[in-house]
Ligand binder design. Structure first.
Ligand code: BT5
Length: 319
C-alpha cells in the first residue's frame, strides 16, 4: 500500500491530494493512509500536510529517494525493485547478501558508501549526496566468461546516458572506466557468482561522480565529476533513469538476440584508447603497445612493440 500512496503522491506533485481521495482510491481507512504517510516521512520523503487540502510531496531537485527513480522508469524488469540506503558500506557487498532472494533487476543504491570498493581490493571514494553509487543484481543465465560483456553493456549505457543528459564528451576507457577530458568520472565493478557453466547472479556496481566539488588529494589528478566538467549541478535521478533505460535495452538485445552490436559500436566510437599508445600493466610487468581496436568478444586488440598482435581480456591500461 505504501508504494501505491507514494505513486499517487508522485503523480500529483503539483497539488495536494486529500486523505479522502487516497482512502477511496486504495480502499483503506483514513488512519491506514495516515500511518503510511508517517512511515514514508520516516524514510526521508518530505511530505507537506495541510489541513483540508491534504498531502503533497515536496522533493528537492537532487534527491535520489527510490520513488523518484522508480516511478519515472519505463523499464520492463530492471529497477522494478529498489533498495535504498542513506549510508552503507558497499552496495556491491550488500547486493551479494540478498542476490539469491531478490528478483532479477533489483537495484541497490545508497546516498553514501563508507566502504566503496574498486577492483582488486582498491577503494572507491563515495561521498554523501554527491554521486550515484548503485548495484544492479542480474540473473542472466549465461556462462561466467560472458559476464565481461555485461560490464561492457554497463560502460556503453553510462557513456551514452552521460552524453545525452550533460552533452559532455564522455569516453569509455576499456574495460570499465568512463573518462571526461582524461579524468575518471565513473568506475564499474562487475562481480559474478556461479558455476563453471552458468552464472547464478551477476552484480554490476556503478559509481558515478556527479556533483562532487573536490576529491581527496590522492585522486585530484585523475578523478573528476560531471559538475566539475560541465560547470553545473546535475540531477542524479534523471541520470539514473536514463542510464538504466539504456542499459535494459542493450541488455535485452544481448540476452534475447545475442547481439552486442550497438554496445560495441558505442565502445569503439567513444573509446578513449583506440589509436593511442598505451602501457599495459600485467601483474608486476609493464609493456608499451598501440591499441588497434576492440574485438567482437570485447577484448582489447593491441600491437606490442615487437609487432605481435595480442587480445587482452582484462587488466589495466594506462595512457
Ligand atoms: C573501479 O575500480 O573503477 C570500480 C568502481 C566501482 C564503484 C561502484 S559504486 C557502487 C558499487 N559498490 C561498490 O562498492 N563499488 C561499486 P578500479 O578500476 O579498481 O578503480 C579504483 C581506483 O580508482 C582507486 O584505486 C582510485 O585510484 C580511483 N578512485 C577511487 N575513487 C574514485 C572516484 N570516486 N572517482 C574516480 N576515481 C576513483
Amino acid at each position: 500500500m505504501k508504494d501505491k500512496i507514494l505513486k499517487e503522491l508522485y503523480e500529483h506533485q503539483e497539488n495536494h491530494i486529500s486523505g479522502e481521495y487516497l482512502r477511496k482510491k486504495l480502499n483503506v481507512s483514513r488512519t491506514a493512509v495516515w500511518k503510511q504517510i508517517q512511515s514514508l516521512k520516516e524514510e526521508g520523503y518530505v511530505i507537506e500536510t495541510m489541513s483540508r487540502k491534504g498531502y503533497r510531496l515536496l522533493e528537492q531537485r537532487d534527491e535520489i529517494l527510490p520513488g523518484g527513480v522508480k516511478f519515472n522508469l519505463n523499464t520492463r524488469e530492471i529497477g522494478k525493485e529498489i533498495k535504498y540506503f542513506d549510508t552503507i558500506d558497499s552496495t556491491n557487498t550488500y547486493s551479494k547478501t540478498i542476490a539469491l532472494e531478490v528478483p532479477h533487476g533489483t537495484i541497490v543504491m545508497s546516498d553514501e558508501q563508507v566502504g566503496g570498493r574498486g577492483r582488486l581490493g582498491r577503494n572507491w571514494s563515495s561521498p554523501k549526496g554527491e554521486g550515484i553509487w548503485m548495484s544492479l543484481i542480474l540473473k542472466p543465465g549465461i556462462p561466467p566468461n560472458e559476464g565481461m560483456k555485461v560490464s561492457h553493456i554497463a560502460a556503453a549505457a553510462v557513456c551514452k546516458g552521460i552524453r545525452e543528459i550533460t552533452g559532455l564528451e564522455a569516453l569509455v576507457k576499456w574495460p570499465n572506466d568512463i573518462v571526461i577530458n582524461g579524468k575518471k568520472v565513473c568506475g564499474i565493478l562487475t562481480e559474478v557468482a556461479g558455476e563453471l557453466n552458468e552464472i547464478h547472479y551477476l552484480i554490476v556496481g556503478i559509481g558515478i561522480n556527479v556533483n562532487n566539488i573536490d576529491f581527496p588529494t590522492e585522486l585530484e589528478e585523475k578523478a573528476s565529476s560531471l559538475l566539475i566538467e560541465g560547470k553545473k549541478k546535475y540531477d542524479r535521478k534523471e541520470l539514473i533513469v536514463k542510464i538504466i533505460s539504456i542499459f535494459e535495452k542493450f541488455y535485452d538485445s544481448f540476452i534475447k538476440e545475442g547481439s552486442l552490436e550497438e554496445v560495441l559500436r558505442l565502445c569503439r566510437q567513444y573509446s578513449a584508447l583506440i589509436g593511442r599508445e598505451v602501457v599495459i600493466i600485467k601483474g608486476g610487468s609493464q609493456e608499451a603497445a598501440k591499441v588497434l581496436g576492440m574485438t567482437d568478444e570485447g577484448f582489447l586488440e593491441v600491437e606490442l612493440s615487437d609487432g605481435r598482435i595480442e587480445h587482452i581480456f582484462s587488466g589495466e591500461v594506462s595512457v
